[in-house]
Write a protein that binds this ligand. Sequence first.
Ligand code: AMP
Length: 430
Amino acid sequence: MSFEKLGLVPRLLETVAAQGYTIPTPIQAQAIPVILEGRDVLGGAQTGTGKTAAFALPVLQKLDAAGRKGKHPRCLVLTPTRELAAQVGESMAVYGKKMSLRSTIVFGGVGINPQIDKLRRGIDILVATPGRLLDHCGQKTVDLSHVEILILDEADRMLDMGFIHDIKRVLKLLPQKRQNLLFSATYSNDIRGLADNLLRDPVMVEVAPRNTAAEKVDQVVYPVALKEKKVLLAKLINDGDWQKALVFTRTKHGANRLATYLEKGGIGAAAIHGNKSQTARTRALAEFKQGKVKVLVATDIAARGLDIAALPQVVNFDLPNVAEDYVHRIGRTGRAGSSGMAISLVSADEQKLLRPIERLLGRDILVENIDGFAQNEADKDEETFVNFNRRGKGPGRGRYSKPRQSGGRPGGNSRNSSHSRARSGGAGNR
Ligand code: AMP
C-alpha cells in the first residue's frame, strides 16, 4: 500500500514524503479513503498509530478543495488535553504547509486574548480543548455554526476526564449536517453511547488491538525498596548512558521531587504535571525533545498524547493504579518499528498492581534483580524478597554476584549479565 493509492492530492503526497513517511500506517490506509468520501468514522486507535495524519491529511484535502469560505472554522478538533491539542495543531500546520488553510489552537491555562485575535482574523481549522472552547463560545469570540467536520480525538480520555457535558454543549452549537470522526483507544459503553448519538452510518476503522504496541516493547520489572528507587534510577541512567527517558510518577509532588533529585545528581531532568503552567510544560517538553534534558518526569495526565518520537526508555517509577495506564505509558516506546524498553521499579507494596497489568497484557513481565537493590529490599522486608523470588525460577534466586563496576548497562541493550534473572509467573506462584 502506498500513499498515492489513498487518493491524496500531489501537494499532500509531497508533504508526506518530506516527513519521511513512505508507507501509510494501517489506520491511515483504512481511514484516509473513507474520510475523503465524506463518511463518518469510528476509529479505534491510540496515540502512536499515526492516527493524527489519518484524519488530518484527508480533512486538509477536503477543506482545501472547497476553497476558503469566510472566517469561521469549518473543521473542529476536540482533544482532552492541552498537550494533545498543541500536537494536533502542530501536525495540521505541518501537513497543511502547502495549502493556504488557516488553523489555530485554543486551550486553557494561557492568555485568551492572543487566541481571540487569531480567531478574529479568521480560521479554517480549530483545534481545542472543550473548556476553553466553551469560554470562547460564551464570549462569542468563535462561531461554530459553519463547522463541516467534527473530530473527537482520544474520546475515551475526554470521557474519563469528565468532559461529556462540555462535549454535549459544544455539539449543540454545531450545524446538524456535518461529517463526524471519533477516535478512541477503547470502546466502553460510554463511548458506544457517544458514537451512537454522534455518528451517522459510520465506517469502523480499527487497528490491531491496543496491546500490540506493548508486544514490541521489552518489559522488565526491577524489585526495589521504595526509598532506593531514585538511587536505582540514577544508576540505570548513568550506567546505561541513557540519553532520553520518560519517567512516570503517580503524583505531581513525586514528579517534582524526582526531577530535583536527578538534577542535583547531575542528570538533566524536567517535570511536567497538571500544576505546572502551560508555558513551563511546553518548555520542558521542548527541552526534552531537543535533548537539553535527558529525563522527562511526568504524571499520566500530563503525558497523555505526548508525541515524542522513538523513545528508547520508559520508566514506571511508580506503577500506575490502573492497568490500562501501564499500556498507555509503555506505548511511548517501541513506536513505528523502533525497539524500546519499559522498566518498572516495583516496591513491595506495588506488587499487587502487577498482576492486573500482566492479565491485561496477556503475558508475564520479566523480573530482573539488580545487585544491591533487590537485596536491600530483602533486608528491609523479608516477605517481599520471598514473594518476588517465588515469582521466579532458575539459579540466582536471592543470591547475587557483585555488580560490575563498569561497562554494565542495566536496562540498556546489553544487559548486565551479573543481574540474576527470573521469569515471572514461574514456580507455581499464581
Ligand atoms: P500519532 O499516532 O498520530 O500520534 O503518530 C505517531 C507518530 O508516527 C508521529 O510521530 C508521526 O509523525 C509518525 N507517523 C505518522 N504516520 C506515519 C507513517 N506513515 N510512517 C511513519 N511515521 C508516521
